[in-house]
Design a protein around this ligand. Structure first.
Ligand code: FES
Ligand code: MG
Length: 576
């Protein structure tokens, strides 16, 4: 049992004979023994995003029960704390709009309650980022249990990748090569078990990156949701957090520039989601760590891609776990990792890698036989993206990475849907599709619409990829030559608002450029037209209003300006 030699934070509520301490203890008693409040047992919140409306997280109550057992065994007091959850597929207009709201509420629930440490249970895309953002701002000892991916489902003898195969099959329906009825029948096979998407989408990426950052019990991330070892690791995490409280080891000890370096190397080696860029920037912002968009290119763009997972590759998360998991990947790029970065157990991440074996070199490649020699995220700048835009070259068509084409511009996703299949639309395979009004402010919430479906007519001719440019995001399960997160967005005065159909756009990924080939004086004289302005959201109340008034651009993590930085764990005033 970890010896608690320091005065526990929860004692600010529970110690003494006064009226307030009486109230705090009495209301919590309900069968809890008196010695739970005497200052020897740390009170551990289990921040639980289990929700039937976040179906990827619905199994987290079972995970919470195992965490609870571990906390009890180590002499702590476990407290279930349901927090705002976000179901990626269900929430309108986009779960990203609510990430900062979830993070803000999680921060305040950790801060305002009589607890000494917290275990963060997440899974579906935005839940782990929101939990980490909130916990990082408060600074109490915190550790993540990633809920884990679902098992692989099969349809008509073929494995189905969540998300990725929805995009692929729906394009086949559009191309007329798959009957719509077959497409619908695959629905029940897509989601085979509890857990989050099994492709290398945002949830898989953020679970693995949480461990690369040091915030997970080493070896646990990537364990499939139905696997018994997830519960075993959850139990161990419950014990660990009690020890972390005794050692006063908090997020600030784990999350450093060195750990973000490791996360960026990992992001590239696993071929992770582009969404991780905004999430990592936002988490770093909470800790005052000077992480920039350029760090992703500088640290990550020459790291080899070692994991052959959908959406870019073949396999699924189940296969990655079977093949050796995250440690087998990281052992291959050990020399690229920062050895000074610690994990939640107080030891360096690199010390946990040993000679982690690769059991299936098709799924996890050896360093000298990578899927791709240089992976990661390329950061583009130019007169179309003064503050930066990103592209994932590994998910793109190599021939399109250097491209010059005529813009076909859409002012909103509705405008896009209305016109994309219009037979009169002047578009060919060399055109560049531009969609604006989809940034943090413009939509609002920066939806995953950047991987625009291509015109039906071109799809039928066999076109499978085109250059697409957007101020929104792309689903982590999607692929294509898509330039994302253009900053500043059109609705924040970015030059993307000035592009006209027929303008020439030059994409030069090798040179890291994205430019509009229009003379500077002509561009300076342009203003956004009526239809463009009408495409921007103008919410008048509630969270959406607060959000558009305060949200930062993608290159700063799209956090709210009022949430950047730490709040700390001190709250001195009482309600009575
Ligand atoms: Fe939840 Fe994909 S929808 S992880
Ligand atoms: Mg998503």
């Amino acid at each position: 049992m970890a010896e608690q030699s320091r005065e526990l934070r929860s004692q600010q509520w529970y110690a003494g004979q006064g009226r307030d301490a009486y109230i705090h203890r009495a209301w919590m008693r309900r069968g809890v023994p008196a010695d739970a409040f005497e200052g020897r047992k740390p009170h551990i919140a289990i921040a639980n995003t289990a929700s039937d409306l976040a179906p990827c997280n619905s199994h987290l109550n079972e995970v919470a029960a195992s965490v609870r057992d571990g906390v009890l065994e180590a002499g702590g007091v476990p407290l279930n704390m349901p927090v705002v959850s976000l179901g990626e597929t269900q929430l309108r207009p986009t779960a990203m709009l609510w990430r900062n709201m979830a993070a803000m509420s999680i921060e305040e629930m950790i801060r305002g309650n009589p607890i000494d440490g917290v275990v963060l249970l997440g899974g579906c895309d935005k839940t782990i980022p929101a939990l980490l953002m909130g916990a990082a701002s408060v600074g109490l000892p915190a550790v993540v249990v990633p809920g884990g991916p679902m098992l692989t489902g099969t349809f008509a003898g073929q494995a189905l990748g969540c998300g990725t195969d929805v995009w692929r099959l729906s394009e086949e329906v559009r191309a007329g090569t798959l009957p719509a009825e077959q497409f619908t029948r695959s629905e029940s096979a897509m989601i085979r078990s509890r857990g989050h998407c099994n492709t290398m989408g945002t949830a898989s990426t953020m679970g693995l990156l949480a461990e690369a950052l040091g915030m997970v019990l080493p070896g646990l991330a990537g364990t499939p949701a139905p696997d018994s070892r997830l519960l075993e690791g959850s139990h161990a995490t419950g014990k660990l957090v009690v020890e972390m409280v005794a050692a006063d080891r908090g997020p600030a000890d784990v999350l450093t520039k060195a750990s973000f370096h490791n996360a960026i190397v990992t992001l590239a080696a696993i071929g992770g989601s582009t969404n991780a860029v905004v999430h990592l920037l936002a988490i770093a912002g909470r800790l005052g760590i000077d992480l920039t968009l350029d760090d992703f290119d500088r640290i990550g763009s020459r790291v080899p891609l070692l994991v052959d997972l959908q959406p870019a590759g073949r396999f699924l998360m189940d296969d990655l776990y079977r093949a050796g998991g995250l440690h087998a990947v990281l052992a291959q790029v050990r020399d690229l990792l920062d050895p000074s970065a610690l994990t939640v157990d107080g030891t360096p991440l690199v010390d946990h890698l040993g000679d982690a074996p690769i059991w299936d070199p098709e799924v996890i490649r050896l360093r000298d036989a990578p899927v791709l020699g240089e992976a990661g995220i390329a950061v583009l700048r130019g007169n179309l993206a003064p503050a930066g835009a990103i592209i994932k070259p590994a998910a793109a068509t190599p021939q399109l990475l250097q491209h010059r084409g005529k813009a076909v511009v859409f002012d909103s996703i509705e405008d896009f849907h209305e016109r994309i299949d219009d037979p009169g639309l002047e578009v060919d395979a060399s055109s560049v599709l531009v969609l604006r009004g989809c940034g943090p402010k413009g939509y609002p919430g920066m939806p995953e619409v950047a991987n625009m479906p291509m015109p039906k007519r071109l799809v039928e001719q066999g076109v499978r990829d085109m250059v697409r440019i957007c101020d929104g995001r792309m689903s982590g399960t999607a692929y294509g030559t898509v330039v994302l997160h253009v900053s500043p967005e059109a609705a924040a005065g970015g030059p993307l608002a000035l592009v006209r159909t027929g303008d020439t756009i030059v994409l030069d990924v090798a040179g890291r450029r994205l430019d509009l080939d229009v003379p500077a004086d002509e561009l300076a004289a342009r203003t956004p037209n009526e239809a463009t302005l009408a495409g921007f959201a103008a919410p008048t109340r509630g969270w959406e209003r607060l959000y558009v008034d305060h949200v930062l651009q993608a290159d700063s993590g799209a956090d709210l300006d009022i949430l950047v930085g730490a709040s700390g764990s001190e709250v001195s005033r009482e309600s009575h």
